[in-house]
Design a protein around this ligand. Structure first.
Ligand SMILES: [Zn+2]
Length: 137
């Protein structure tokens, strides 16, 4: 049985079954949750790309396409990576969407949102931007 058989019908997943291994769970409302790092690894493996190339590919082809998918069914890609060096040259702000996602204004990476998280995360775990830019309160 493949991982895909376990997913609900109607759930939107990235088409290629090779990428299913990056699925780390599903939300209560039936959306697939992908881990960004695993997704990059899966793309790197299936397409023979370096990690850097695969990351660009994922950003360009997958992350960027998410806003065009139906909001209540589109996959969520999260980045569990920790310990990213804070980039003091980079300043951004969190943009909180209606779909319980929080977006970094600098790298546009989306993170699952819960109330208060925008205060807890004073820098972006993805690009390291400091979240001290005014104008988004
Ligand atoms: Zn960022």
């Amino acid at each position: 049985m493949s991982k895909r058989d376990l997913l609900d019908e109607g759930m939107i997943v990235f088409q290629e079954t090779e990428y299913d291994e990056a699925i780390i769970g599903t939300t209560e409302d039936g959306r697939a949750v992908y881990d960004y790092i695993l997704l990059v690894e899966a793309v790197s493996k299936s397409q023979g790309l370096t990690d850097q190339e695969a990351a660009e590919w994922v950003d360009y082809n997958m992350i960027r396409s998410l806003p065009y998918l139906p909001q209540d069914r589109r996959p969520i890609v999260i980045d569990m990576m920790e310990g990213v060096a804070v980039d003091t040259e980079r300043h951004g702000s969190w943009m909180i969407g209606e779909d319980e996602l929080m977006e970094c204004s600098e790298c546009t990476r989306l993170f699952p949102y819960r109330p208060g998280l925008e205060q807890e995360w004073n820098y972006c775990p993805n690009c390291g931007a400091r979240m001290d830019k005014a104008g988004d309160e």
